[in-house]
Design a protein around this ligand. Structure first.
Ligand SMILES: [Zn+2]
Length: 235
């Protein structure tokens, strides 16, 4: 293995990070990273536990043709979903899918994850939407590609910028998150699980709650993202 070493190592670290963060058990998850200049992604191989992954196991897939261009392992069965997202969003450099417990609970309940606090607003500009259910034809056909298509349709319906709303809950399934690179995609998946847990608990305590105000949402999102961001260190 001499090609795409850095990309493969980043994908290994990302998949291990999902296990370390408690987002992935067994083989229920996958992370990928794009090399836009080369027109490829590196993605977790199918059926391999994230924590057992080695760089040489990571297949390299062509973003246009979907063909394996390097590696001996079969790529994740969710690869077509990842590829649909990369093709639609040129600024996305990493995609993460998990069955993390609280985000998946919202997905299985087929409920949008409402923005109930500032931690949510720090990462997502508004509620994290749930998709519609896939049709029987979509499930019987190109299921994983259709899963990507329904994520795109959900973002389009909400008028969302994918880097301002970097996650969607796939109905009856679980979350997909992404970012400008795979490291940010992992961060967004971790943040999503944390705010999904907080929202669930807050609603248990309160019974019902309104979303935070648009002013508070924008203040928190904008201070961490965009041209006027001032959160964290400037260097
Ligand atoms: Zn899944």
């Amino acid at each position: 293995m001499t090609r795409f070493v850095d990309l493969r190592e980043r994908v290994v670290r990302a998949n291990r990070a999902l296990v370390d963060a408690g987002l992935v058990v067994l083989t229920f998850g996958n992370a990928s990273a794009a090399d836009r200049e080369a027109g490829v992604i590196a993605i977790k191989p199918s059926g391999v536990a994230c924590g057992d992954l080695r760089p040489e196991d990571v297949p390299i897939v062509d973003l246009v043709s979907g063909a394996i261009v390097d590696g001996t392992q079969r790529p994740s069965s969710d690869t077509p979903t990842h590829v649909v997202l990369y093709r639609a969003f040129p600024d996305v450099g990493g995609v993460v899918h998990t069955h993390s417990p609280f985000a998946t609970a919202w997905a299985q309940a087929c409920r949008d994850l409402p923005c109930l606090g500032t931690t949510h607003a720090d990462h997502f500009r508004g509620p994290v939407p749930v998709t519609r259910a896939l049709t029987p034809e979509e499930i019987a056909g190109e299921y994983e590609g259709q899963t990507g298509a329904v994520i795109l349709a959900t973002l389009a319906e909400r008028g969302a910028d994918p880097l301002e709303l970097p996650a969607v809950l796939v109905a009856s399934h679980g979350p997909f998150a992404w970012g400008a690179d795979v490291e940010h995609a992992v961060e967004n998946a971790v943040a999503l699980e944390a705010v999904a847990a907080s929202a669930f608990r807050a609603l248990e305590l309160a019974g019902s709650l309104d979303a935070i105000s648009d002013e508070l949402l924008s203040r928190h999102f904008d201070r961490k993202h965009g041209a006027a961001a001032y959160y964290g260190q400037s260097t």
